[in-house]
Design a protein around this ligand. Sequence first.
Ligand code: G3H
Ligand code: 13P
Ligand code: ZN
Length: 354
Amino acid sequence: MMITLRQLLDHAAEHDYGVPAFNINNMEQGLAIMRAAERCNAPVILQASRGARNYAGDIMLQHMIKALAKMYPTIPLCMHQDHGNSEQTCKSALDYDFTSVMMDGSLAADGKTPADYAYNVRITKTVAEMAHKRGASIEGELGVLGSLETGMGDQEDGHGAEGVLSQDQLLTDPDEAVSFVKETKVDALAIAMGTSHGAYKFSRKPDGDILAMHVIEAIHRKLPNTHLVMHGSSSVPQELQDIFNEFGGEMPQTYGVPIEEIERGIQSGVRKVNIDTDCRLAMTGIIRKIAKHHASEFDLRKFLVPATKAMEDLCAERFMRFGCEGRADKIKPLSLEKMASRYLSGSLDPAFAV
Ligand code: G3H
Ligand code: 13P
Ligand code: ZN
């Protein structure tokens, strides 16, 4: 059953849990996530980046999602565009049956240059109107992802700010967050607080100086009814780094976002937690292991079956830790038409405590 991001996150907020949003590029990742969801009776957010759409192709992705929804009819499934860079990217995602889009107006359409507030509001509002007319949801982003340790913008496969950023840019301003949500009517707000995409987030286990959880807490106090989104939220577990390195990988020691910090975020309004790197690492570590131990093996399935299982286990652990267990069959997804009429009536407008 397809569901919109808004309906799913409203349920998560009502019952105090968070939902991992896993990036997918291929069938194996889709199966891993849905198997984990079935094991935990958890609702699912699958998200595709622009890179994933290029890799798999829109028609392939569209049919894959349809197939997954059919194979797992009891699991509410939200299909989300990750880091849309333009109105056109978001529109085409909706045309291919995505139920939610992220318009990332924190960066210009090139995906590299930090954009100003006025541009961000303008483009996000335009996309919000388009999405809501169709009943679909929208996530916006305020603040630029990047490291508080180095001031470097986030760069992952060509997406992310270039150059050194100021603390002002790297930390979402709570007052600005209030006006941004008011003006754009986003359903969910991604914020910047020191996380970045990829494996190399922190050079030490993060404390409050480099992972600014207090920013989330301050935003949540001002926007208690807005669903917050943490990007760059892979934990990059030590054991996955060790497997990767033991079998010929070269990953310098690194640190991700500890799961306890994400749990803390969930207590402060974080409802969507973006995870890509951990899934990649879980799969590629096992692929390395098989390649090393079974050097004569060339049946791709012998690599992909255990790799898919490793990702399934990782996803199941995240579902459990974020409180998703047992939620799926409690949710009755509404059609896009129903959601569209709710937006039209104003009943889904953001509410404010300030
Ligand atoms: O947004 C960041 C995700 O890790 C997606 O990465 O653009 O390589 O698919 P990607
Ligand atoms: P990670 O690289 O930490 O998995 O973050 C993924 C993400 O934020 C996708 O939007
Ligand atoms: Zn992201």
